[in-house]
Design a protein. Sequence first.
Length: 567
Amino acid sequence: MPTTGLHLGLSTLFIRKNLLTQEQIASAITKSRQTKQSLVSTIITEKLVSAREIAELCYEEYGTPLLDLDEFDIASIPEEFLNKKLIEKHKCLPLFKRGNRLYIGTSDPTNITALEDFQFSAGLHAEAILVEDDKLTKALEKVLEDDISGLDISGIDEGALAGIEVEDKSNEDTAGESSDDAPIVIYINKILTDAIRKGASDLHFEPYEKRYRIRFRIDGILHEVSEPPVNLSNRISARLKVMSKLDIAERRVPQDGRIKMKLSRTKSIDFRVSTLPTIWGEKIVMRILDSSSAQLGIEKLGYEDDQRQLYEEMLAKPQGMILVTGPTGSGKTVSLYTGLNILNTEERNISTAEDPVEINLEGVNQVHINLKAGLTFPAALRSFLRQDPDVVMVGEIRDLETAEIAIKAAQTGHLVLSTLHTNSAAETLTRLINMGVPGYNIASSVNLIIAQRLARRLCPECKQPEEIPEHELLRLGFKQAQIDEGMTLYKPIGCDLCSAGYKGRVGIYEVMKMSDEIARTIMEGGNSLQIATQAKEQGMRDLRGSGLLKVTQGVTSITEVNRVTSF
């Protein structure tokens, strides 16, 4: 954070008003120089005087106008006055221009040097406007980090979105090479930033005979967002392929690529790109890979307390296997990465085999599976076991060979995490048996199975109570005890802050621990129904039960639980 020098007027004011002693001022000055903060910020950080008190004091003493930055639109600041060197140096923010005057937001109106510097830079007379220091700090962070969330990018060119890694411009066939393609460049950049702002997980670019459609998947549901002219189909796909470093001349076979988009100096977003030839052109699907989703923390994923405790307990074991199961897009990767983050310490050697590597994790050795080069899941696993691993993560168990090596690793002192595509925790065990894995190997290696789905969260601003008859509640799966205790169910309404009454998603989980009874059922050749019955007798809450619990908590609706779980 920027630093400013000592402004004697403000220091004298604090002493004169008996807010601070000379010793406190001297100590604050020393700390401000050490931390490279302004004197006002240091005083507030040390809780000597509040930001509001300082602003009101300066307003009374100097008569400087006072502005609440919470009510000010940062995006309205004229870009030509955003001299970031001066902003960082003085911790002041140009706010707006009126006539030949530029008004500067500051928490220290005695900082005459700052006003003079901005006046010289802008060629306008600079005047101070008082703002609270804590609110100013937040506003400065937005400006200095180039946060795109509040900016209108509809009229800017490609260069203004710094950080999008694009192609080698030497290729004469690249989109964006000629001035005719400049609108395509601007349009695609806006689509990508809109997707990030709206919290989309996937983007679909779809050509048809008489139309071209672009859709975003938001909270698990696809929404059409744009319909450009169909004659632009090839130019749009060429632009996306160029940005993904794919062969734009090859339109007969699928291709996979990646785009990195920089949002600020500290944050970037990756897009995983997949092309597919269709009869009307190339369909392109882009998955947004946000590494921050792997840093959420297990407490934010939606596990109930008993489920989270089981997961953490099994992560703490030195060996065994933890399996996460569910359909595509059910959040399996985030669950696994969250577990890896808990395990990712200096004392552990962690290796992962993924197809593809979606999110980069610092401190984890991640291997991208390459079938053409012979780097398969079994080959990677064999190599891992020669690399002194503590924790191994396999992106997916697809065949018997992978399953056997993973189970052997779990039996020989390694903790193994992996995924399968099954509908429930119990079905995961029978799927392994059907692959050809002996029951005794499954019983001795698997510690925990998590089946999961993602349900949309009700918007807290507009959700409304819903009246459902008791007989219908019983039919839906609620227990009589829940109904007798009294519960309030909510339904989606829809407002400006959400999408059709929903905002964000929450996990619904079925967490099954391998017990002696379940192991015995497996050894005796029991089916998935028998295993599930045994697990429920031991207290496991199935997906439907977990979903209904989320409904009683007001997190989601019964309609949404019906959509994502068996009924």
